[in-house]
Design a protein around this ligand. Structure first.
Ligand code: FAD
Ligand code: SIN
Length: 559
């Protein structure tokens, strides 16, 4: 159903879904079987982290593989912080959710699409990718544009579904909860205030169930492969509503982003290393391998270890980048296996079959988020968090490659099932007592520079002080600065009429502070959180989640 069919300032629905990535669209299609769905998204419906996914979806499909092996790989990468029951539930649900995707029209790459001389029987089997930390080839992929294919087929299914209204250019500003009204019961989500980014009108959406599917927060760092939408809105909104937020110190840096002044943070998939690419650094006139000094799996070690190793080598040598060497493969194979990466590299004069590929690490994935169970159930009634915005316990201290698309599908599906099974828990609240957005005494802004300046400053300070390697001193510096920046932003927010840029900046600052606070709270090095002042936690030691929660009664955002 097109968004022209919809208008009005106060809108009610059964399901309000915030975000149109894999999690949002999976939930929308499932929820449409049970009620009226509105899926809002702050830009074009196509724009999401999902769209840029390359490697694929981890799913046990091969007879030589097993759920238990996938579970163990996930637990090992997660460095003692995964919730094993959640890992088992998500890993074992993978084949069923993958079949749903295929029913929507997704085609995964087959052996015959990639390999020369594949016999016809074998040729019709899936070509399974290999990525860091996986003990088996188990990554289903659609060439090297898995995310684009997923996004296109699901969006087509959503658009043709009469029970789903898609509203583009609608940015959720804040969740509406029982905090906004006289209500003595449990904190309960009632919908969201949403700004139409074309008209700047703020609308009131009231829903039986609200599902945050807003993705990650890569924009909090100066260098990231995430698109601009990734400003952590869902995590910040949930925090303001006093939901529990978990493990924010674990931000994953992807080791291999193309290093070229004109390439806008283009990812070179870990699947390239899965096909044998070796990491090298330049020493004098020579290019030398180094990963064997850091981990037995060398270039295919878990991501935290590879990113840290590259960071260390570059700091030591003063070189600007590391290199991937996949020249042992023919151009024909590389063009078939990585058509998009090959084309993109060629744009910058790099022929993967003949040249080394310059790469650097960049912020990639938020392992923490709104605390949920495997059904996306948050600590706020009627509010679900699904996909990257949530923290189920699957990833622990470091996400295993290609487990996030999987998690997004499984948890989104589970969330709808859970909502259907729990209608009785919904309190009856008359819509009349829920206020519309009030702009109070706010006036138009006099100085937009505050927004761009603080945006840059946050991203730089996070990169410099809260990046791949942290220390107590760096974290303390970061905390002092973010407090000042947030005070300034809050003052600006309440004095001036809000705009989409200001809303995103406020969210970004809030997420930055959550990452810093969580990093300060963790007095050990574990997984992605490496603090040079603390030794690594012993392998096999069980860690504890870091949980943040804004006190419910306080309406004051900071002291
Ligand atoms: P997203 O896909 O990010 O969607 C979020 C949606 O929410 C967007 O539509 C956005 O516009 C909307 N939104 C955000 N805030 C608001 C707001 N305030 N109001 C309204 N709408 C809002 N994972 C894998 O498993 N395998 C891979 O191969 C892989 N490759 C990746 C490659 C790249 C370059 C990147 C960046 C990530 C990759 N990941 C991969 C991670 C994976 O893509 C994401 O974790 C996953 O797609 C997240 O899906 P999502 O639906 O939770 O969020
Ligand atoms: C990649 O293709 O390297 C990204 C995979 C992921 O982030 O899971």
């Amino acid at each position: 159903m097109s968004d022209t069919a919809y208008s009005g300032k106060r809108i009610t629905c059964d399901y309000l879904i915030v975000g149109s990535g894999l999690a949002g669209m999976t939930a929308a299609l499932e929820a449409a079987k049970h009620g009226r769905v509105i899926m809002i998204t702050k830009g074009k419906a196509e724009e999401s982290n999902t769209r840029y996914a390359q490697g694929g979806i981890a799913c046990v499909i091969d007879e030589g593989d097993s759920f238990e092996a996938h579970v163990q790989d996930t637990l090992t990468a997660g460095a003692g912080l995964c919730h094993p029951d959640v890992v088992r539930a998500i890993v074992s649900a993978a084949p069923e959710r993958v079949r749903d995707l295929q029913a929507c029209g997704l085609h995964f790459t087959l052996q015959k699409d990639v390999e020369e001389n594949s016999s016809s029987a074998q040729g019709n089997q899936y070509h399974l990718g290999q990525e860091g930390g996986h003990s088996n080839r188990r990554i289903l992929h659609a060439g090297d544009i898995t995310g684009r294919e997923v996004s296109d087929v699901l969006l087509a299914r959503c658009r043709e579904n009469p029970s789903i209204i898609i509203l583009e250019n609608h940015l959720a500003v804040d969740l509406i909860s029982t905090r906004h009204i006289e209500w003595q019961g449990e904190n309960c989500c009632l919908g969201a205030y949403v700004i139409d980014t074309a008209t700047h009108e703020i609308k009131t959406f009231l829903s039986k169930f609200t599902m945050l599917a807003t993705g990650g927060a890569g924009k909090v760092y100066l260098c990231t492969c995430n698109p601009d939408i990734a400003s952590g809105d869902g995590i910040a909104m949930a925090y303001r509503t006093s939901a529990e937020i978990c493990n924010m110190e674990f931000y994953q840096f992807h080791p291999t982003i193309l290093f070229h002044p004109k390439a806008k943070s283009f990812l070179i998939s870990e699947a390239v290393r899965g096909e044998g690419a070796i990491l090298k650094v330049k020493k004098g006139d020579r290019y030398e391998t180094f990963m064997e000094n850091y981990h037995p799996l060398a270039s295919l070690a878990p991501r935290d270890i590879v990113a840290r190793a590259i960071d260390n080598e570059l700091k030591r040598s003063g070189q600007p980048c590391a290199y991937l060497d996949i020249r042992h493969h023919s151009e024909e194979f590389l063009r078939k296996r990585f058509p998009n990466i090959f084309k993109e590299c060629l744009k910058f004069g790099i022929n993967m079959a003949e040249d080394l590929i310059p790469v650097v690490p960049a912020a990639h994935y938020c392992c923490g988020g709104v605390r949920t169970d495997v059904n996306g159930v948050t600590t706020i009634k009627r509010l679900y968090a699904i996909g990257e915005v949530g923290c189920t316990g699957l990833h622990g201290a470091n996400r295993l490659a290609s487990n996030s698309l999987l998690e997004a599908m499984v948890v989104a599906y589970n969330a709808v099932c859970h909502s259907v099974g729990h209608p009785a828990s919904i309190p009856e609240i008359s819509a009349n007592i829920i206020p519309d957005w009030s702009k109070g005494d706010a006036v138009d802004s006099d100085e937009q520079i505050v927004i761009s300046h603080n945006w840059e400053e946050i991203r730089r300070l996070m990169w410099d002080y809260v990046g791949i390697v942290r220390t107590d001193k760096r974290l303390e510096r970061a905390k002092n600065r973010i407090r000042m920046i947030r005070k300034e932003i809050e003052k600006y927010y309440w004095n001036f009429i809000i705009t989409p840029d200001l809303i995103e900046l406020r969210n970004l600052a809030s997420v930055a502070e959550m990452i810093i606070d969580s990093a300060i709270a963790r007095k050990e090095s574990r997984g992605l959180h490496f603090n040079a002042d603390y030794p690594p936690a012993p392998i096999d030691s069980k860690g504890k989640d870091t949980v943040l929660r804004r006190p419910l009664k306080s309406e004051i955002w900071f002291e």
